[in-house]
Each structure stands twice: as structure tokens, then as C-alpha cells.
Design a protein around this ligand. Structure first.
Ligand code: GLN
Length: 315
């Protein structure tokens, strides 16, 4: 482990600069207008381990960005803690789709019209509806409190401009949600606009690579607080979300990522990637230029380089 850390310390800046060149072949997300202004050539990474001084960073680690789909991992954890496995999996499946993250193609194929998995938008909107709280504000407060506890940052909050920008333009997510309502996946008491509002807000929670690395480290440690060892999340639920990250976390590029990188990861359209090296590291990456699957082009390349050089694949 010491030689690995030495290698990382020596090589990380150079690997970041090599991967950064890949940004040129990607494109910053435009469909949420407020995301379009992100710096296309940025690339930063934080790698955090449990030991003192176990922190490695390189590139644009000061960059702040919204979590977007990375939040889906944690809303799923909260829903599992609120409703248990049976409650959650009555409403959402466990299978990868092979389709784009916001696809409507297969919504009616899994009985009885439930979304394939919690990492695609339809699944994550459903999961958001399962989080306890009398009204949308209470629900979101509970989500934010959960993120603050796991990240160790009491100031963590959402970016109101990104939230508003998505809320005003989310025609596709709106149609997905109304379709779920029509299929009774969202129940009779669920107000579609209220659920969407909570969903847009948790997608807009603003972080940097350090936050993602810390959140990833909690998952790497099977739900334990990296500082005081408290069990923050039941181990079984962490196992479930890491499995989803592995099979569906990079959307319809999850199979290729599993072969090339081989660790659980979750991407977001703002260009963030949260990755987990089980028992060892939480990793946060930002690179806003995306490939056609909505994953950071340079970020994926950087993780592939690291995994290849340090033999991180689980297999
Ligand atoms: N908020 C985004 C959306 O719903 C999240 C998608 C993503 O990060 N892939 O479209």
C-alpha cells in the first residue's frame, strides 16, 4: 500500500494532464442551460483513504459542481433505510437497461411498469418518492441532512441557479414522472410536481472532488464513518448500492467501464464521477466534458489509467 501511495504521489499529476487532453473529444451538457457554462477543459481528482494523511489530489480540485445523478446513490440509501428492501424493490427493478439514462423506451417492460433500476432517471424519481417526509421541503431537508452527515460538511447545500434551470426545462423528466404516475408506480397520494421538485434539488447539491471522495470512502468502508468508525448506514444497503454502481452506475457504458476499470462508480451530467476502491479509497473526479453516454470523457480515461497501473479491478 505504501508503494502504491508513492506511485500515486509521483504519477497522479502527469496522468491528469494526459487524460485532460481527452476533454477535447467531449461536450459539456447543454440540456440543463445552467450547466453549459462549465469549464470544458477542467479535470481534477481527489483520492481519500482511511489513514491519516491518506489524501492525494491533482488537477482542478477547487472546481465546484452539482452532483446530478451521483445523488441517486444516496437517495437510494436513504429510501432503503426508510422503507427496507421489500418496500423499495416493489417499485423499482434491479436490472441494467442498455438505454440512455433518460430513456422512455422500456418503462412498460418490467412488471407492473416499474423502472428497470434506481440509477436511471425514471428509477431515481421513483426512489425520491419513497423517501419519508410529510411535504417536499421536509423530504429534501432529510436528504440534505444525510449528505451533510456522510460528507462531514455541515455547509453542504444545493445550487439554486442549477435547480431552477433544470426545473424550468425538464420536459423529459416531467414526462417520465407523469408516465410513472399513470402506471401507479407513483401512488395516488404522490404529487408529481412535488416529487420532481425534490429530485431536481438533490441533483443540484453542490460539491467538489473532496466531498465525493469522502462520500465514496464511507461506501468503501461499508457504511462506516471514516473519522470515528460509527456505522452510518447498514452494511447490507451499502452492498446493494455498490452493486448497482457496478452494474448501472455509468449507464449504458457500465459494461465497458466494468471491463476497463472494474470498480463501482457513479457519474453525473455535470461531469462528476464518484468511484470506490473497496476497503481502500473513495475517489472524486470532475471533468465536465462528456462522452455520448453522459460520462466524463477525461474522467473515465483517468480512472482507467489508475486502475490499470494499480491493478484495482475487482476481478
Ligand atoms: N438532473 C439530471 C437529469 O435528471 C441528472 C442526470 C444525470 O446526471 N445523468 O437529467
Amino acid at each position: 500500500a505504501d508503494t502504491e501511495r508513492d506511485t500515486l504521489r509521483k504519477k497522479l499529476p502527469e496522468w491528469v494532464e494526459t487524460s485532460r487532453k481527452l476533454s477535447a473529444s467531449g461536450k459539456v451538457a447543454q440540456y440543463i442551460p445552467e450547466l453549459a457554462g462549465a469549464p470544458a477543459g477542467a479535470l481534477g481528482i481527489t483520492i481519500l483513504g482511511p489513514g491519516p494523511g491518506d489524501l492525494l489530489q491533482a488537477g482542478d480540485v477547487g472546481c465546484r459542481f452539482t452532483m446530478q445523478s451521483i445523488s441517486k446513490v444516496f437517495t437510494l440509501l436513504l429510501a432503503l433505510m426508510d422503507r427496507g428492501e421489500d418496500g423499495v424493490f416493489a417499485k423499482v427493478g434491479m436490472e441494467p437497461t442498455g438505454d440512455d439514462f433518460n430513456s422512455m423506451l422500456k418503462l412498460e417492460l418490467v412488471e407492473p411498469g416499474i423502472p428497470f433500476n434506481p440509477m436511471i432517471n425514471a428509477g431515481a424519481i421513483t426512489v425520491t418518492s419513497l423517501i419519508e417526509g410529510e411535504d417536499p421541503l421536509t423530504k429534501f431537508d432529510r436528504i440534505l441532512a444525510f449528505f451533510r452527515k456522510l460528507s462531514g460538511d455541515p455547509e453542504l447545500t444545493y445550487n439554486p441557479r442549477v435547480y431552477k434551470s433544470e426545473a424550468l426545462t425538464a420536459h423529459r423528466n416531467r414526462s417520465l414522472a407523469y408516465f410513472l404516475k399513470d402506471n401507479a408506480v407513483l401512488g395516488p397520494d404522490e404529487d408529481v410536481e412535488d416529487i420532481l421538485d425534490v429530485y431536481f434539488k438533490h441533483c443540484s447539491i453542490e460539491v467538489d472532488c473532496g466531498h465525493l471522495a469522502r462520500l465514496g470512502l464511507v461506501l468503501a468502508l461499508d457504511g462506516k464513518d471514516p473519522v470515528d468508525g460509527t456505522q452510518l448506514i447498514p452494511t447490507r444497503y451499502v452492498q446493494i448500492v455498490k452493486t448497482f454502481m457496478f452494474s448501472c452506475g455509468m449507464y449504458n457504458a457500465s459494461g465497458e467501464f466494468a471491463i476497463r476499470v472494474g470498480i463501482p462508480a457513479k457519474s453525473g451530467v455535470a461531469g462528476g464521477i464518484l468511484a470506490v476502491v473497496p476497503d481502500r479509497y473513495g475517489i472524486g473526479v470532475i471533468g465536465p466534458a462528456l462522452n455520448r453516454y453522459g460520462n466524463s470523457t477525461a474522467g473515465v480515461h483517468l480512472l482507467e489509467t489508475l486502475s490499470g497501473a494499480l491493478d484495482w479491478s475487482l476481478f
